[in-house]
Design a protein around this ligand. Sequence first.
Ligand SMILES: O=P(O)(O)O[C@@H]1C[C@H](O)[C@@H](CO)O1
Ligand code: GUN
Length: 292
Amino acid sequence: MYPEANKGYTYEDCKTTADWLLAQTYIRPTVGIVCGSGLGGLADMLKDQVAFNYKDIPNFPQSTVHGHAGRLVFGTLKGRPCVCMQGRFHLYEGYPIQKITLPMRIFKLLGVETVILTNAAGGLNQDFKVGDVMIIKDHLNIPGFTGNNPLTGPNDDRFGVRFPCMSDAYDRELQQLAMDVGQELGYGDFLREGVYCVLGGPSFETIAESRMLHKLGADAVGMSTGPEVIVARHCGMRVFALSLITNQAVMDYDSEEKANHEEVLQTGKERAAQLERLVTTMVTRMEHNNYA
Ligand SMILES: O=P(O)(O)O[C@@H]1C[C@H](O)[C@@H](CO)O1
Ligand SMILES: Nc1nc2[nH]cnc2c(=O)[nH]1
């Protein structure tokens, strides 16, 4: 009924991977974290680490992008059991969309209840500056507009319903928590909120494309996160996501700026410490407030 290309991993495939991981570590994570480009330092915050190279995990794809180490790290953040992807997968690496989102289903089967995703993104909102941290309140999933949605293909009800709602994709309590924590830590000057737009990449946007995306309501543009959020929500996990604005999308024909991956990684390095503190504090508070 469905073309072979749209066949994702089965429930049993996902279970094989999750059971393999559960057999290798006593840590039972309730929080899953995904590190964006240049933001892998988040994983180093975990204590009592048990780490796996992606190449050693059954069914797992490999990281091919500089700034994505390709390690799955289990550990604790202030006592709370977590699992952290130090490196994610992207459509432009050539993986089918079901493969880049597979880790979300593995998270679910490991017992994860809340997913925190980070990414590097280009700023479209003219009020944003490089180094700003944008709490994602919604997304535009452009690959989905052309039928490239990670839930395409047979639906397995053990994961979730055929037609999942996405108007509540980004958990509002967790957005508020991030705002509160950010203000307390003195990050108010660079903390923003907005709409993230996913494109397939790997080419950065033309000036006309950036202008169009801005007109469509996007505040930042990137190459990930949206598909992962769809799969995480499909299987009932709470989602919080943020973008580090690593560069300004070029919107002006007189501009001399040129988007490049080195700048993306450099901005990640410069903001890493604050981002790590924000996420760590949020995870601690989630526990106190019985989030998750
Ligand atoms: O994994 P993320 O979304 O953080 O990575 C972004 C998009 C591209 O992979 C890369 C471009 O510099 O950064
Ligand atoms: N598509 C896209 N992805 C990014 N990741 C980091 N910066 C950018 C950008 O400007 N555009």
